[in-house]
Design a protein around this ligand. Structure first.
Ligand SMILES: [Zn+2]
Length: 408
């Protein structure tokens, strides 16, 4: 049985990548230099692939002289993304090299379907299903409407969906829904796929954020990356060899309940029953509580503002960073990442957190691991989720092979 052609292998590698060099294509496909060169030539003349010059990066991440990067063109087809938050839905359409052609955010009530389901509160299964149905109908309408805004549109090949809830990788079902009431046990990607007649990939917002920061944001160029989110919980997204590592149950990187060695603890038990969980020391809840005696009740937004003027706020954030570094140091020793990206609502106040993290890493990691790893704040902000959903859509899509006319 003949294997896939060289062109097909190259198209598959380019899906969801901003661009790759010929050397990277040779490494990833295992094809010879001449096979890659010949197939790239055919794809360039078919108009499916375009060539750009990549300048050396000033920070030394891509040293040396300019090289030629290759990316898919719009003729290879389009992908769309829909990302649900508590009260909004973001929709984007992009080409397979992740150039966003149009995007929009509209408000919804994904949690209960209250507004879209006609004023009901969605407390029983039927109301919840009706609410979800209405939300997915709205998503379908937004995607189709966004497509009409794309000049010279090509075929839409796949959609990526992001949800603020754990997703079971095996069948795409929503595991539990503290945020999305009534969505637990449902398979929203399959439901939207049936509506659109297209493959729809799905993942949770943390994994999508990690993937987007690795491919397009602060971790760009790194194949191995840790993405930390510090919010009411503390979590890590693991990107290993360019892919999100989810683990068998989808809970890889759940570091919030790892006990912090040597920590005094707050004297109060974590919601899991543990006494020195990272979450009790470094979540936004813990940080806000530590600052309450000085400032009274605070919001995360106020905390971020105060971090620029109040040294006590920076000190508490640095302590939280040290606690995180205690756990992340062990993880870094094991996984040897090139970069650690700090995401979540404290990104704007990242500096003191990263200072504490760096101190702990320097103390706890093997020589050559901690000092070599780059620590950076996330770069994509609230767009990380929708961009991650575009990446999984592109990875799901089969590239059009005949310049947008035929099928794969
Ligand atoms: Zn715990």
């Amino acid at each position: 049985m003949p294997g896939p052609t060289a062109s097909r292998l190259i198209l598959d590698e380019l899906r969801g990548e901003v661009r790759l060099t010929r050397a990277e294509l040779i490494e990833r496909t295992g094809l010879s230099r001449s096979s890659v060169s010949g197939a790239v030539g055919e794809l360039l003349s078919a108009g499916l692939v375009a060539e750009h010059t990549i300048q050396p990066a000033p920070d030394g991440r891509r040293p040396g002289r300019p090289v030629a990067g290759l990316s898919l063109t719009r003729a290879a087809g389009l992908v769309a993304a829909v990302e649900f938050g508590r009260d909004h839905m973001s929709v984007a359409v992009a080409d397979m090299a992740l150039r966003v052609l149009t995007e929009r955010t509209v408000s919804i009530d994904a949690a209960g379907g209250k507004d879209v389901a006609g004023g009901r509160d969605g407390t029983d299964g039927r109301d919840a299903a009706g609410g979800r149905d209405a939300v997915l109908r709205a998503a379908e309408a937004q995607i189709l409407s966004a497509l009409t805004e794309v000049p010279e549109p090509q075929a839409l090949l796949a959609v990526g969906m992001g949800l603020p809830a754990p997703i079971l990788a095996a069948d795409g079902s929503v595991v539990s829904g503290p945020v999305l009431h009534g969505w637990a046990g449902s398979r929203p990607a399959a439901e939207l796929g049936d509506r659109l007649g297209l493959p729809v990939a799905i993942d949770n917002d943390a994994n999508l954020g990690a993937l987007a920061e690795a491919r397009l944001g602060a971790g760009r160029g790194a194949r191995d990356m840790l993405y930390l989110t510090i919010s009411s919980g503390v979590g890590a997204g693991l990107v290993l060899d360019g892919r999100v590592h989810r683990g068998r149950h989808g809970v890889a990187g759940e570091i919030g309940h790892v006990p912090v060695a040597g920590a005094a603890g707050t004297g109060r038990a974590c919601r899991c029953g543990g006494l020195r969980c990272l979450e009790t020391l470094a979540s936004t809840t813990a940080i806000l509580e530590a600052l309450e005696p000085s400032f009274g009740p605070l919001t995360v937004a106020r905390l971020v503002t105060l971090a620029s003027s109040e040294s006590i706020v920076r000190r508490v954030l640095t302590d939280a960073g040290r606690a995180i570094g205690t756990v992340v140091g062990d993880l870094a020793n094991t996984l040897d990442p090139a970069v650690i990206v700090l995401g979540g609502p404290l990104t704007e106040a990242a500096r003191p957190l990263l200072t504490g993290l760096r101190e702990s890493l320097d103390r706890r990691t093997q020589p050559g691991v901690g000092d070599a790893v780059r620590l950076v704040p996330a770069a994509l902000g609230e767009r990380a989720g929708v961009l991650g959903a575009l990446i999984i859509a592109a990875e799901t899509a089969a590239v059009l092979e005949s310049g947008g006319e035929g099928n794969a």
